[in-house]
Design a protein around this ligand. Structure first.
Ligand SMILES: [Zn+2]
Length: 55
């Protein structure tokens, strides 16, 4: 596993603060970070793995 793999990045919509005008940012759901393309790949892989293990 590559430890340098970046799974999350700062949300560019709220600049990482998680809020826009005192409301939770809709892009990152108030977390201030969003998944990168690599992050989405890993998430998809994990979900597929869980699905397989349930059978
Ligand atoms: Zn945001």
């Amino acid at each position: 596993m590559d430890n340098n793999l970046q799974l999350e990045k700062e949300c560019s919509t709220c600049n990482g603060c998680g809020k826009i005008a005192n409301k939770a940012c809709p892009v990152c759901n108030g977390t201030g970070t969003v998944l990168t393309a690599d992050g989405l790949q890993v998430l998809k892989y994990l979900r597929d793995s869980i699905r397989v293990s349930e059978h």
